[in-house]
Ligand binder design. Structure first.
Ligand code: ACM
Length: 740
């Protein structure tokens, strides 16, 4: 045997083994895969042979570039005469939308498809089959035959760029990942109450004003995509077989637009861009022709930027008080013979639908577009449940399923395995209507998602969804998990900040132990190799800050701030835990009425010395009562002298949390007879949508000595007329009782 050949075989053997593993680790699992004999040797002599046409050449160039990036092997594109080749071929005998056939033999690689879309997916499969081999001169691809096609046509992810802006580079990185796992739709949520993110030339204030908001701490945040950014992203996605569907929300979730142009709402009053989450009453006025002229102009520019045949118009969560109170909207209902405001919403959506159809675009809307009646040509995106799906299907609409795949759900509540096992299409609601089902997508709402945790929320759950929508016939989660774990080295190499499969990245619990006089922060980490960097002076931790593992104990007060890192990459925004020493710390506390079960915290939450955040009642440190008052009695044990009491309350009207009407401090020596120290009425403004934190203080001229302290705060009661939740009970939130 010639010496050169021996060396080649020795080199090829481990490569072959790695490649065989790659073949067994494809995601999504192809419909049919059959291993062959021998392997194809990929080296610089191989040519990529593509059929004529711009797209086919582009696909060949995509393959060439990926091979060069991964291995350093530079292939040339062009018809091969005697060289070994990778041949891309249009072959009408390959049946099925997006289908492809991939054949690897020792002589050549052939990817055949009836059209460009299938050809591109075949290339993605071949890329996954390449063994990892940085700066190799030779790669061995084991022989295989694959016949593959997706089950569902619409396989998507929704990114919400409105609540938190997502930079262009990060959007493109997600398109790379969608494309790698053969998802083909990016639904891009571009407008909402908290921000307008797409440049519209005719209405510059949408972005100069509507893209920016003042946060609770006074900082400004925001951002938007220029039309050039949008074209750039759409083109990047097109090259990768991903269709970008824009969502322009109407008639609700429109505050940012109303801020820019107040005449778009019925009251025409100036408002500010909300910096809180929830549902807001400022919506487009259905009575005014000017609204439709505006939306027509906006859709003109949107339709020109996005070649997709679909435009999503939102349509969800529309509080209609402003329509009820507006003369122009009432006139419209009269003129159009509309029975109620639900019918007016239906009329609004159908008018926009005609506007879109005149441009050759199909309307997509959240399932509320069914309320008051929907045109059957609209595509309905189900988010609320099977009843809405059944309604849409009975009405003849085509359907996209999103509800079971909300990725803003914490990972431990909706795990990768959950995503893999959910089969919404098996529900009786779908029986007999399979031909109306386009597919599904996973929305990632971004109230609590920033560029720091976006990828941890998406992956690996999106990869599980990708397999379910492409090939729902495979069911073995253990096998999927094995193939998924084979993806991690590649994801690591790409610096993708993916998250754990079945638990949150970090779950913090802080409590105070009065016997030890010790605060203990417990951190359940989703990966063992997460390093928790922290500071104790409130400054931002960095990679040089000290770290702790599962537990951090503090015996003195401090302002603790923690940032998780993994592989040197910071994850999540930092979490702050301000700990304050005071005379109520760790003392027994009893409530007259128990807090709301979802916002109860620990039994001693109000006296653990840990102050809640200034903008988020959901941070686990605030305690909430719904439809009832706060009445907390603290046993200071024994009688203790003090000179001040301090309690904080939080208003976040969009989430139905209002300040209390009256706050009272009383003391007692026996727990039976009480003496009032102070009663403070609060002039609550229930329609003020800003985050408000109100501190109520009592200061004594001479110290008060008492055994028991009672703090009562009277709940606002029912939300008033004009509020989005009118007639429903308000929440009351408080975070800590401090006694000095
Ligand atoms: C939605 O989650 N409001 C569609």
């Amino acid at each position: 045997m010639p010496r050169r050949l021996v060396v080649l075989m020795l080199l090829a053997f481990p490569l072959f083994a790695q490649a065989a593993q790659a073949q067994a680790a494809l995601i999504p699992q192809p419909s049919r895969i059959e291993a062959g004999h021998g392997s194809f040797v990929l080296d610089r002599n191989v040519r990529i042979d593509a059929p004529a046409g711009r797209r086919a050449h582009e696909i060949a160039a995509f393959l060439r570039d990926r091979i060069r990036e991964d291995s350093g092997i530079a292939l040339r594109i062009g018809a091969a005469t005697r060289q070994p080749r990778i041949q891309l071929r249009i072959d009408p005998s390959v049946q099925g939308e997006e289908a492809y056939r991939l054949t690897v033999t020792p002589q050549r690689v052939v990817i055949a498809a009836a059209d460009d879309r299938g050809l591109f997916w075949g290339v993605q499969t071949l890329w996954q089959l390449l063994p990892p081999g940085h700066h190799a001169t030779t790669l061995a691809i084991p022989a295989v035959h694959i016949d593959d096609a997706p089950r569902y046509a619409w396989r998507g992810v929704m990114l919400d760029a409105a609540r938190h802006f997502i930079p262009v580079a990060l959007v493109k990185q997600q398109i790379d990942l969608l494309s790698r796992y053969k998802l083909n739709v990016l639904h891009w949520h571009l407008t909402d109450d908290q921000g307008w993110r797409i440049e519209i030339r005719k209405y510059p204030k949408l972005t100069s004003v509507g893209a920016w908001r003042t946060e609770a701490d006074g900082s400004r945040s925001g951002g938007f995509y220029t039309q050039q950014d949008i074209r750039d992203v759409v083109e990047y996605a097109r090259q990768r077989n991903v269709m970008v569907v824009p969502e322009i929300e109407m008639p609700g979730h429109a505050s940012a637009a109303v801020v820019a142009y107040p005449s778009l709402s019925c009251p025409k009053q100036p408002i500010v861009v909300p910096a809180t989450w929830g549902v807001f009453t400022d919506i487009y006025c259905a009575g005014d022709e000017a609204t439709f002229a505006f939306l027509h102009d906006v859709l003109d520019e949107v339709a020109a930027l996005f070649p997709a045949p679909y435009i999503h118009i939102g349509g969800d969560e529309v509080p209609k008080q402003q329509w009820t109170q507006s003369t122009s909207s009432q006139q419209r209902m009269h003129d159009e013979h509309l029975a109620d405001v639900e019918a007016l919403q239906s009329w609004f959506v159908q008018r926009i639908q005609r506007d879109l159809e005149a441009r050759g675009k199909t309307l997509v809307g959240w399932d509320e577009i069914l309320e008051g009646g929907a045109d059957r040509n609209a595509v309905v995106e189900m988010w609320r449940g099977d009843a809405e799906a059944a309604k849409a299907l009975a009405n003849g609409n085509r359907l996209i399923v999103a509800g079971p795949f909300y990725l803003d759900t914490p990972i431990e509540e909706l795990t990768t395995q959950d995503i893999y096992r959910i089969n919404p299409f098996a529900s009786p609601a779908f029986a007999g209507h399979q031909d109306q089902v386009l597919g599904a997508e996973a929305p990632l709402w971004s109230e609590y998602v920033t560029p720091r945790n976006l990828e941890a929320m998406l992956y690996p759950r999106v990869i599980a969804l990708a397999e379910r929508l492409w090939n729902p016939d495979v069911h073995d989660y253990a096998d999927f998990q094995r193939r998924l774990r084979a993806q991690y080295p590649w994801l690591d190499a790409q610096h993708i900040a993916y998250g754990p499969e079945d638990r949150d990245l970090v779950d913090y619990k802080l409590d105070y132990n009065p016997v030890q006089h010790r605060w203990r922060l417990r951190a359940a980490r989703g990966f063992d190799d997460i390093a928790l960097h922290y500071t104790t002076d409130g400054s931002e931790p960095n990679a040089q800050s000290p770290t702790f593992g599962d537990v951090l104990d503090r015996y003195t007060a401090a302002t603790l701030k923690v940032t998780p890192y993994r592989h040197g990459v910071p994850y999540l925004t930092s979490r702050m835990f301000p700990m304050v020493d005071n005379k109520a710390l760790g003392k027994p506390v009893t409530y007259l009425t128990a807090p709301d079960a979802h916002h109860a915290g620990t039994a001693t939450q109000l006296v653990d010395g840990v102050i809640g955040s200034s903008d988020d009642y959901n941070d686990g440190l605030w305690v909430g009562w719904r439809a009832s008052d706060l009445a907390a009695t603290i046993d200071l044990l024994p009688a203790t002298p003090f000179h001040s009491i301090q309690v904080r309350f939080l208003q976040q009207s969009g989430s139905w949390a209002l300040l209390p009407r009256l706050v009272t401090f009383a003391v007692s020596d026996d727990g039976k007879s009480w003496r009032t120290l102070q009663s403070t009425p609060i002039d609550v403004q229930p329609m003020d949508l800003r985050v408000l934190v109100r501190t109520v203080r009592f200061d004594a001229a001479t110290p008060v000595t008492a055994r028991y302290l009672r703090v009562t705060a009277q709940n606002y009661g029912l939300l008033p007329v004009g509020h989005e939740g009118a007639g429903k009970p308000a929440f009351l939130f408080t975070d800590e009782i401090l006694v000095q």
